[in-house]
Design a protein around this ligand. Structure first.
Ligand code: S3P
Length: 433
């Protein structure tokens, strides 16, 4: 599906933020692992997180939907059922990397996970390596690509230093650690999103943090609170923040957005670039006591003149999914915007270094790829043109925001990818015009 987004006058108004994708995935999986039912309100009804509901149903959970409320009756920690056939994760990388953590400890049962074309290009060796050290048996194509088969085995605790900061890998090990004998220690090179840790603490699991060192203990069972509400997704909100910053004269108020500090790196970068983004942000540091809640805030955005910035490696995991938007802002800013230490972008739904640089160049931007990021020369604006989403939801939405702020509008090829995380996106944009 091709969609053209024409240049826009000031964007104004108040808008809700769609439910958080990361937290929805985690709640569905933890709900399936729980002994007691959980009612998840404001669950994200998008392709990725619907794949997760189907996946947990395939391994024995009962899933009941009532609007955007989802009730999950789990199987308990050690009783996942062997499914009839392969589990289809669709486009969902988070599902592909988190679910095997739980399944690895289902002794005597086998599970095959497969997905779409993009998933089949994204490596799973980063989860297979620690799971195998814990005693699991994992088979993957060429040892590193989906489809992947997890043969459930008895697990034992390990100490594991993550080679890259990845919340998906960290979360996978945390889930396996609940089923492993003894304790598991995970050392992160840099902080990454900590939703799994917060939810496990809320489940009553024994989990401890000291700076970047996390310890998870064996558990007999976990139990989520009976009802949990998913906050708004700061990664989805970031597109509206960028729109509000780029279209002159705009003023937007975004409601109930998650502002966990491990997710608000983009808001801090945007402010540094000259955007006025007012929100009640968390202190950017891990506390020794793991919080059991997710903070939310309104986000008030005003447009303004932008200046270039440099994003350093330590900031990358806190803004990983929003770095394409930093590149877009960079096209409109004065000076050279640089992102370093972001080679992980090559392993997302598309190679986001190549797709962002080629996409923005096609729209008249001056962008150059580097081995671990990109350099954008600000020219004060974008001409517009045509961008291929390459099956990547975030690239499709970036094209739409570029269109609003461009001179000639932007045609997005493959705009249906948006449904992966934010099905109402184009309607929401239209409502603000
Ligand atoms: C996610 C973690 C990030 C992010 C992805 C969602 C998660 O990936 O890019 O969209 O929910 O844990 P990595 O942790 O692998 O960088």
């Amino acid at each position: 599906m091709n969609v053209t987004v024409e240049p826009s006058g000031p964007l104004r108004g108040e808008i809700g933020v769609p439910a958080d994708k990361s937290i929805s995935h985690r709640l569905a999986i933890l709900g399936a692992m729980s002994d007691e039912p959980v009612r998840i309100t404001n669950y994200l009804l998008a392709q990725d997180t619907l794949s997760t509901l189907e996946a947990v149903a395939a391994v024995g959970a009962l899933v009941e939907r009532d609007g955007d409320a989802v009730t999950i009756r789990g199987t308990g920690l050690r009783n996942a059922h062997e499914p009839d056939g392969p589990i289809d994760v669709g486009n969902a990388g988070t599902l592909m990397r988190l679910l095997p953590g739980w399944l690895a400890g289902q002794v005597g049962r086998s599970f095959t996970l497969d997905g779409d074309e993009s998933i089949r290009r994204r490596p799973v060796d980063r989860i297979a390596a620690p799971l195998e050290l814990m005693g699991a048996s994992i088979e993957a194509t060429d040892g590193r690509l989906p489809p992947v088969t997890v043969n459930g085995s008895p697990l034992h605790g390990i100490e594991y230093e993550l080679p890259v900061a990845s919340a998906q890998v960290k979360s996978c090990i945390c889930l396996a650690a609940l089923l492993a004998d003894g304790e598991t220690t995970i050392i992160e090179p840099e902080p990454s999103r900590d939703h799994t840790e917060r939810l496990l603490a809320a489940c009553g699991a024994r989990i401890e943090r000291s700076g970047n060192v996390l310890t998870v203990f064996n558990a007999d069972e976990i139990e989520l609170p009976a009802e949990v509400e998913v906050p708004g997704d700061p990664s989805s909100a970031a597109f509206m923040v960028a729109a509000g910053m780029l279209v002159p004269g705009s003023r937007l108020l975004l409601g109930a957005c998650g502002v966990n500090w491990t997710r608000t790196g983009f808001m801090r970068i945007a402010e540094r670039m000259g955007g006025v983004v007012v929100a009640d942000l968390e202190e950017p540091a891990f506390e020794d006591e793991i919080p059991t809640d997710e903070p939310v805030s309104e986000v008030d955005v005003t447009s303004g003149p932008l200046v270039a910035t440099t994003v350093e490696p330590g900031e990358v995991p806190l803004a990983i999914d929003e770095l394409p938007l930093v590149a877009l802002l960079g096209c409109f800013a004065e000076g050279e915007t640089v992102v370093r230490g972001a080679e992980e972008l090559r392993l997302k739904e598309s190679d986001r270094i190549a797709s962002v640089v080629e996409g923005l160049t096609a729209l008249g931007g001056r962008a150059e790829a580097t081995a671990d990021g990109f350099v954008i020369e600000g020219t004060g604006g974008l001409r517009g043109g045509r961008i291929d989403a390459r099956g990547d939801h975030r690239l499709a939405m970036l094209g739409a925001i570029a269109g609003l702020a461009s001179a000639e509008g932007v045609e997005i090829v493959g705009a249906e990818a948006i449904d992966v995380s934010y099905p109402g996106f184009l309607d929401d944009l239209a409502a603000l015009r």
